[in-house]
Design a protein around this ligand. Structure first.
Ligand SMILES: Cc1ncc(COP(=O)(O)O)c(C=O)c1O
Length: 393
């Protein structure tokens, strides 16, 4: 069967290749521990599950979602309350918020709603692997903007060639950043708004990890003066409330961009199951303590991993956000060869930095979303099997 040409641009999905490697090892009877995937294992808080169960019993919630595909009004109002409470950002629920089945959907609909075939779209490199396929599906070309350790993994906007900046119509960024864990600063957000205004670029600021910081300020792009004139922020209930499987998130900010995303969504699906929307309201209104609890869990795991890495000879200080650790590989290794080495020596899977873009080469990503006992077992294997090294910048 002849498939559409747009599919030919897609590289194999990073985690498919990793999953295959894990499965091969498991078939050989090896007890593999994966630190490669960022998917919380700790379970959604009980009150959120209860809200879903109650709402799921009501026949009116078995029908097409209430209000419209953009999300029911009470959910959009809860999103506005959440942004005001947690980020001091004021949003108009009827025009500046669209509910989504996760921020991943927002990336895709932003591209289809805002980008024309032949456009150039800036994307940070390394970057979340979801952005490029969305850009290709819109018929546009991604333009990688390097994120370097020496700049705190923030893009140097001044070094983007002026012809690329002039031609670009969109920019995908994400802080706290997957994969590097870097966080943005208020100064950088202000610079980004100016850059977008100067070059007439629509910003898609993916803030899926907005609540996950260690000793840094939680920052919304929308809190930067002028941000709503140039962009939207994607956010998600996936990571802060352990709800990756529930599929609920949002895009907020510039009303024209929100409208474009909503228009694509209205013509693609019929919205989020009402019961999930009610559970989302419970999470957004009453879930602050659950976030704090999870951040303590991740903080403790992070300390244990860092202790082991330092004992083994890693010297670099970790960035301050997300539940990932982004670490350089020992000299003589590529990111892929170090992943293979970790699998062969420790039966521990880590994600190769090169899978996140050219500038991810030389690094691997470890995720803290693994049960404590499995993490401790992985760390014990690393301490036992890896030689002492000197790794870091
Ligand atoms: C940077 C980033 N954006 C978006 C997503 C997708 O999240 P969601 O579950 O909200 O679709 C992820 C998931 O890992 C991510 O890391």
């Amino acid at each position: 069967m002849r498939k559409a040409e747009r599919l030919q641009k897609l590289p194999p999905y990073l985690f498919t290749a990793l999953r295959n490697k894990i499965n091969d090892a498991k078939k050989q009877g090896i007890d593999v521990i994966s630190l490669a995937i960022g998917d919380p294992v700790d379970g959604t808080p009980a009150p959120i599950i209860d809200a879903l169960c109650e709402a799921a019993k009501l026949p009116e919630n078995h029908r097409y979602p209430t209000d419209e595909e953009w999300g029911m009004t009470p959910l959009r109002e809860a999103i506005a309350r959440w942004y005001k409470r947690r980020h001091n950002v004021k949003l108009e629920p009827s025009s500046e918020i669209v509910a989504l089945i996760g921020s991943k959907e927002g990336c895709h609909h932003f591209a289809l709603g805002m980008i024309n075939p032949g456009d150039l779209v800036l994307v940070t490199d390394p970057g979340y692997p979801g952005y490029k396929p969305s850009i290709w599906f819109a018929g546009a070309e991604p333009y990688p903007v390097p994120m370097l350790e020496k700049n705190g993994y923030l893009p140097d906007l001044g070094s983007i060639p002026s012809d690329a900046a002039q031609k670009a119509t969109g920019f995908f960024l994400n802080y706290p950043n997957n994969p590097t864990g870097a966080v943005a600063t208020k100064g950088f957000l202000a610079e980004l708004v100016e850059f977008a205004k100067t070059h007439d670029i629509a910003i898609c600021y993916d803030n899926a990890y907005s609540e996950m910081v260690f000793g840094a300020e939680r920052l919304s792009f929308l809190s930067a003066p002028g941000a709503k004139e140039v962009g939207v922020e994607l956010n998600s209930l996936s990571k802060p409330y352990n709800m990756t499987g529930w599929r609920i998130g949002m895009a907020s900010g510039n009303a024209d961009i929100v409208g474009a995303i909503g228009q694509v969504k209205s013509n693609t699906d019929s919205g989020i199951f009402n019961a999930v929307q009610y559970a989302g309201i419970e999470a957004l209104d009453n879930g602050d303590e659950a976030i704090d609890r999870m951040m303590e869990v991740y903080g403790a795991r992070r300390e244990r991993v860092l202790k082991t890495l330092h004992e083994l000879g890693w010297t670099s200080e970790p960035p301050k956000g997300t539940f990932y650790l982004w670490i350089p590989v020992p000299s003589g290794h590529s990111s892929a060869s170090f992943c293979d080495y970790m699998l062969e020596t420790c039966a521990v899977v880590v994600a190769p930095g090169a899978a996140y873009g050219e500038y991810g080469e030389g690094y691997v990503r470890l995720s803290l979303t693994v049960p404590d006992d499995r993490l401790d077992e992985a760390l014990a294997r690393m301490r036992e099997k890896l030689p002492r090294m000197s790794v870091g910048s």
